[in-house]
Design a protein around this ligand. Structure first.
Ligand code: RIB
Length: 337
């Protein structure tokens, strides 16, 4: 008989998954009527709680740590939500830390999560934290890398093929006839930025006569993008790129502001523009943004699933898994027409 899930219980009881989770873990937050409906559904369906949750209750923390590069970036809030939704199903919780691309802050959160004895850590690392994560694992706290490809690493990882994503973005600009392409983003020390550039370089090098210049930014923010957009718009017409690929959507939103709103340049007519992440806001910019979609929520959910599996495995560290999702081109007005 297939195992009954929390979703089945929620459907039969006519409540949300979160309500079922609260009935099981925080019934004080739920109306008596809902508690009764949920328990009736549990009895009717023969629902059995998740082993990971039971094990964790037996002696481990119900909390997992998540350290992201920039909590202000909707990509990471979507990733965090994916992990949180999965955690809630088992009555677990995610503690969010924002490294803000600062190594000292990242180290401080790793220390904090160790002191809190979380049951595992998801991290989108700034650089190489292998030694520190190995020390965590020795203390019984496994880690999974999210938004970071780590083939060959002893830590599981969940990522998107950013080299392929960069290639798809640049190829799209080339396909619409653009030949003077600029890659806007930085710092180049961020692995995602470097990989996307590598992919764009591959695509541009495969088309004779096409050029790719790099316009570095100090960070992947709207403000940095706007400054880059204004700098491009202030160039003489013949020295401007005719296509711009931004390392993420926040930078692309800023470039759009710098090019269009402040300097009156027409996007895409004069300069086509594409971003990366496909955050929800990309659809509602003054010229809806083309982008490379990353399944942020799925990355977060998959990262937690791998962590739960390692928590369940206890001392015997399972073989690391390296999940790589494929990026997807989303075409909107900023590269059409
Ligand atoms: O934080 C830098 C970028 O890397 C984010 O915008 C997202 O694309 C992540 O993959």
């Amino acid at each position: 008989m297939p195992s009954v899930s929390v979703r089945d219980v929620a459907a039969l009881a006519g409540v949300s998954v979160g309500t079922v989770s609260n009935v099981l873990n925080r019934p004080d937050r739920v109306s008596e009527a809902a508690v009764i409906r949920v328990h009736d559904a549990i009895d009717k369906l023969g629902f059995v709680r998740n082993d990971a949750a039971r094990q964790l209750r037996a002696g481990r923390s119900l909390n997992f740590g998540l350290i992201v590069l920039d909590a202000g970036n909707p990509f990471f809030s979507d990733l965090a939500r994916g992990a949180e939704d999965r955690a809630a199903v088992d009555g677990l919780a995610i503690l969010l830390g924002n490294s803000n691309e600062d190594l000292t802050r990242e180290a401080a959160y790793l220390d904090l999560f160790e002191k809190q004895r979380v049951s595992g850590v998801l991290i989108s690392p700034i650089g190489d934290r292998v030694a520190r994560l190995e020390r965590l694992r020795e203390r019984g706290i496994p880690a999974v890398l999210v938004d970071r490809a780590a083939p060959g690493s002893t830590f599981s990882s969940v990522s998107v093929d950013d080299v392929s994503g960069g290639r798809i973005a640049a190829a799209h600009l080339l396909d619409i006839g653009r030949r003077r392409i600029a890659y806007v983003g930085g710092p180049g020390t961020i692995r995602q930025v470097a990989d996307r550039y590598r992919g764009a370089r591959d695509a541009v090098d495969s088309v004779s006569g096409a050029q790719l210049e790099v316009i570095p930014t100090a960070a992947l923010t709207v403000l940095e993008g706007r400054a880059a957009g204004e700098a491009v718009a202030s160039r003489p017409k013949g020295e401007r790129p005719d296509g711009v690929f931004c390392a993420n959507d926040l930078v692309a939103v800023g470039v759009l502001q710098g090019l269009g709103i402040l300097r009156g340049l027409a996007v895409p007519e004069e300069i086509a523009l594409i971003g990366y992440d496909d955050i929800a806001f990309a659809q509602s910019t003054v010229v809806p943004l083309s982008s490379i979609r990353q399944p942020a929520g799925l990355i977060g959910r998959t990262g937690l699933e791998l962590l739960l599996a390692e928590s369940e495995a206890g001392a015997t560290t399972p073989e690391p898994q390296h999940v790589v999702y494929q990026p997807e081109l989303v075409v909107r007005a900023s590269t059409s027409g």
